[in-house]
Write a protein that binds this ligand. Structure first.
Ligand SMILES: NC(=O)c1ccc[n+]([C@@H]2O[C@H](COP(=O)([O-])OP(=O)(O)OC[C@H]3O[C@@H](n4cnc5c(N)ncnc54)[C@H](O)[C@@H]3O)[C@@H](O)[C@H]2O)c1
Length: 250
């Protein structure tokens, strides 16, 4: 029980990495507020966790709405009385050539992936300061450091997340709060399901890893657990690649 008596918020918890992380945190003893705009998926995450005696509460909303950050943090604190861990994981992909990318696509990608997570940090920090060991874990991407065709907005949003997270690590260390990013590689989730349904595409991405496989949501959840638990207590301002070694080769 590495998270006993801890309270965690996990966004994007209806699917993929967020669902696996909410369930793993709950299995490790945390009270988890699972947040997502997909209410049905949230309840599936909760039901699977209950079967394993995990404690997950659900909150369905769009994290990019104006009041979302305060609503989420207030909900967690009023339900559970404290907040120890914020895992900003909800995110969207976008794909359009930079030259012709509609401004709405650029804006929406930044609103969800970057601004909403920053606002959640702002709302959470006063409570994390009261925690014995506050934790901010932001899910970026290997595309924060690299890129691909069509990823101008996505790559910018994820590089933004790593940038502001480092700054928060610097500013919040004196309160005992750590702030880190996880940079997933190619993970089989809701976001990538359509692409990886094509065996040829799945194979290409699996072979980019020296381990010769795609990642699973639990691979990322285990990285998040390390950062959330006492084991990660002296790690801050770090970008943790959980990519099966995908970035080793140029
Ligand atoms: N899958 C990958 O290969 C990969 C690689 C690098 C980074 N990531 C990042 O991992 C994170 C999790 O993605 P995933 O791969 O598990 O995808 P996913 O699509 O399975 O899960 C993302 C979840 O976020 C939720 N979400 C999206 N926008 C939201 C909003 N505005 N408000 C509330 N909820 C919202 C979705 O409903 C969904 O349940 C994302 O930030 C993504 O960018 C994924």
């Amino acid at each position: 029980m590495r998270l006993e008596n801890k309270v965690a918020i996990v966004t994007g918890a209806a699917s993929g990495i967020g669902a696996a992380t909410a369930q793993l945190f709950a299995a490790e003893g945390a009270h988890v507020l699972a947040v997502d705009m997909n209410e049905t998926g949230l309840h599936e995450t909760q039901a699977e966790s209950q079967a394993a005696k995990g404690q997950i509460a659900c909150l369905a909303l769009d994290i990019s709405e104006a009041q979302a950050a305060d609503t989420i943090v207030d909900d967690a604190v009023s339900r559970f009385g404290q907040l120890d861990i914020l895992m900003n994981n909800a995110g969207i992909g976008s794909n359009a050539p930079g030259e012709s990318m509609p401004l709405e696509v650029w804006q929406k990608t930044l609103d969800v992936n970057l601004t909403a997570s920053f606002r959640l940090c702002q709302a959470a920090i006063p409570h994390l300061k009261n925690a014995p060991a506050g934790r901010i874990i932001n899910v970026a991407s290997v595309m924060a450091q690299h890129t691909d065709y069509g990823l101008a907005a996505y790559s910018a949003s994820k590089a933004g997340v790593t940038g502001y997270t480092r700054t928060l690590a610097l500013e919040l260390g004196k309160f005992g709060i750590t702030a880190n990013c996880i940079l997933p590689g190619a993970i089989h989730t809701g976001m990538t399901a359509a692409g990886f349904a094509n065996n040829e595409i799945a194979d290409i991405w699996a072979k980019k890893s020296p381990l010769r496989r795609l990642g699973h949501p639990i691979d990322i959840a285990r990285g998040a657990l390390f950062l959330a638990s006492d084991e990660g207590g002296f790690v801050t301002g770090h970008d943790l690649n959980v990519d099966g070694g995908m970035l080793l080769r140029t």
